[in-house]
Design a protein around this ligand. Structure first.
Ligand code: SAH
Length: 339
């Protein structure tokens, strides 16, 4: 089977898939919202700024969809909604939709967000119509990728299969054309077909209603990833074939491709910008100071967690944010320098 199908089954098989049955948050991997509440709070502030910017044009929508793609344990949304309360009109207008494939994680999200009215949908297309702010942290990196390898001048799709001893191995399919528009990295090329689907969905949505998506992930800003499929278990990187369904599978996000697709479709694209400068511009250190004032005994812990999010040698540079909005929008908060 192609790598994309292998990835899809490993992550989402209803009986044995990793996200469907045993997603190991804070065991196999740790994400930014799970590192510190400040992350989700600042993303919430960003969303509130978007709302306020729109209302100053006199076009404040009475209802605003807040849509999260792949919300994990619901932590980022909980922290976003905590700060949303400080802008009461914004909070009142919000209608929250979570796009989540995993029944296990839906249950975790409902628990984290108890007391809030939320809606779960299977696909972004099922989210309600209307103006929207769309957020997704570490959602794009788990979208299945197709990989191609060049041997003796011909391209082949990489496949996962079973060898004679019953072990999983990678092999190559018959000679095939490289899908159009792909720029290879040497003799390797990979891409996530779902990036195109996502851009199409945004185009259709933004043709009718204004909105902006903020997507946060890792991957090169320019230059395509070659072979970036990786697996994680217990915080260690392992062979992607070693523990199907019991390890997290991930691949770099091709931000350059995402940017080109969205620009070609006429959407407003800003970034990618690095997470460190973005969070700092939105007030990460000020929020840190406020938290320390409230919990002086935890000052060192709090400082360490914020450092993890913003330091260039931790998540600050590796993680990036791209903003894709309806046509004609200026730079959103935190992106001004790249406008
Ligand atoms: N945003 C969270 C979780 C990241 S893990 C955090 O930062 O902590 C990826 C999330 O995306 C999980 O919730 C997973 O179940 C979900 N997901 C992955 N592929 C999906 C798909 N195709 N449709 C809907 N949700 C998906």
């Amino acid at each position: 089977m192609p790598v994309s199908l292998y990835m899809l089954i490993c992550l989402h098989d209803p009986r044995d898939g990793y996200y469907a049955t045993r997603a190991g948050f804070n065991r196999d991997f740790t994400t930014a919202p799970e590192t510190s509440q400040v992350f989700g709070e600042l993303i919430g502030l960003w969303a509130a700024q978007e709302w306020l910017a729109r209302s100053s044009n006199g076009a404040q929508p009475p209802k605003l969809n807040l849509i999260e793609l792949g919300p994990g344990r619901g932590t980022m949304m909980r922290d976003m909604l905590r700060v949303a309360r400080s802008v009461p009109d914004f909070m009142t207008a919000l209608d929250v939709t979570l796009v989540e494939a995993s029944p296990l994680l839906r249950a975790a999200q409902a628990e984290t967000l108890a007391g809030h009215t939320i809606r779960h949908v299977d696909s972004f297309d099922d989210a309600p119509e209307g103006p929207a702010i769309i957020v997704g942290n570490e959602f794009l990196d788990c979208l299945p990728i197709r990989q191609f390898v060049r041997r003796e001048g011909r391209w082949h799709e990489r496949q996962a299969g079973v060898n004679r001893d019953g072990g999983l191995v990678f092999g190559l399919g018959p000679p095939a054309d490289l899908p159009p528009g792909l720029s290879p990295a040497g003799d390797e090329a990979e891409f996530a077909p779902a990036l195109e689907t996502l851009v199409d969905q945004l185009v259709r949505r933004f043709a009718k209603y204004p909105g902006r998506a903020l997507l946060i992930d890792y991957g090169p800003t320019e230059g395509a990833p070659g072979d970036s499929l990786r697996a994680y278990r217990d915080g260690q990187q392992i062979d992607p074939l070693a523990e199907p369904g019991a390890s997290d599978l991930t691949a770099d996000v091709d931000f350059g491709r995402l940017r080109r697709l969205a620009e070609a479709a006429g959407l407003s694209v800003h970034g990618p910008v690095s997470q460190g400068p973005f969070l700092t511009a939105l007030g990460a250190r000020e929020r840190q100071a406020a938290l320390v004032t409230a919990n002086p005994a935890r000052a060192t812990d709090i400082a360490q967690m914020i450092d993890t999010l913003v330091s260039p040698d931790q998540m600050g540079e590796r993680f990036k944010l791209i903003s894709i909005g309806s046509p004609g929008l200026g730079a959103p908060a935190g992106f001004a320098e790249t406008a």
